[in-house]
Design a protein around this ligand. Structure first.
Ligand code: ADP
Ligand code: MG
Length: 305
């Protein structure tokens, strides 16, 4: 059985009457790369800050490692590594010196050789002695992750770690997260406002929007390739829909819009459907397929702008 590592139930938090979190619930299991997805302002950072006990929720419960956070705060936090805000480092000190200082100040018992190993793990080998100010944005982020890993935590929380990175920087962070999960058996919670980011590395995910949980589940099920939203742009959507419905019963959520027919189906059927409607003198201008969740997510974000 999968071991439950985090259980968030009915979390709510208001700032001066504004509901930033409204009954948010989700679960994270051991060894998950858990995607925490939502558009800007959805409440991701607020949720993560509650989990790290940086702010107090108005209501709801947070259990981590099987224990309530409010009763076992320091014991739980010892076993979590995170980057929530931009990690703070001394610009004139080297990567190694920065980590040594953090280890000393926070009372974390980490040896110099362990620090070198961690820097190697995050891909900063050879740059240990370079000053922080000479680092690229991607290297700074990786040093942030190194700092989060220093006390060998079981759970790692990364709040939008790839924001502002160039494509190579994004790939580096992605590979690092996969390594943490696959080689070290860590559990990672990764927030992002981009579905593509989550889709690539997470095994489970939750979407939040306007402080509310929208959907939660396995990425492979939420984003499966057999149930796609297919849109066919035609000259007569109503007639086209009738023809399709009369011959195919494997489609669902079918609707005729002003210029197109929209339905959920296995995309393998597209050629047959195309043939059928063309034979029935329907003129086809375009056929487009999208993952249901992708379509939903785009609409969610668009409705915000
Ligand atoms: P996300 O991380 O998903 O972009 P946040 O959790 O940062 O979203 O913010 C959710 C909402 O709560 C936003 O509308 C934001 O402006 C608001 N908010 C967050 N923190 C505060 C705060 N300390 N005071 C007032 N409003 C806040
Ligand atoms: Mg945020």
């Amino acid at each position: 059985m999968e071991k439950e590592l985090v259980k968030i139930s009915g979390l709510s938090k208001s700032f001066k009457g504004f509901k930033a979190l409204d009954n948010v619930s989700f679960k994270v299991f051991k060894n998950d790369v858990f995607g925490f997805l939502g558009p800007n302002g959805a409440g991701k950072s607020t949720s993560l800050r509650c989990m790290l006990s940086l702010i107090k929720p108005d209501s709801g419960s947070i259990e981590i490692f099987g224990k309530p956070l409010n009763k076992n705060r320091s014991e739980i936090l010892k076993n979590i590594g995170s980057i929530i805000e931009k990690p703070d480092f001394y610009t004139y000190l080297s990567a190694k010196k920065n980590l040594e200082l953090i280890a000393r100040v926070s009372g974390k018992n980490v040896s110099r050789s362990e620090i070198v190993d961690i820097l190697d793990f995050v891909g900063l080998k050879g740059r240990e002695s370079s000053k922080f100010k000479t680092f690229s944005h991607g290297m700074k982020q990786r040093l942030g992750i190194a700092q989060a890993l220093m006390h060998n935590p079981e759970l790692i929380i990364l709040d939008e770690p790839t924001t502002g990175l160039d494509p190579q920087g994004i790939i580096d962070i992605r590979n690092l997260i996969l390594k943490l999960s696959q080689q070290q058996g860590k559990t990672v919670i990764l927030s992002s406002h981009q579905l593509s980011e989550i889709e690539l590395i997470a095994n489970r995910m939750v979407i939040i929007n306007k402080g509310k949980t929208v959907i939660e589940g396995k990425v492979s099920e939420l984003l499966n390739n057999e149930e796609m939203l297919v849109k066919i742009q035609v000259d007569n959507p109503k007639k086209c829909l009738e023809i399709i419905k009369a011959s195919f019963d494997q489609i669902s959520e079918a609707k005729a819009m002003q210029e197109e027919v929209e339905m959920v189906m296995n995309p393998k059927l597209i050629p047959e459907i195309n043939q059928l409607i063309t034979k029935n003198n329907i003129r086809v201008f375009a056929i487009e397929q999208k993952k249901k969740l992708e379509d939903y997510f785009i609409k969610t974000i668009q409705s915000q702008n």
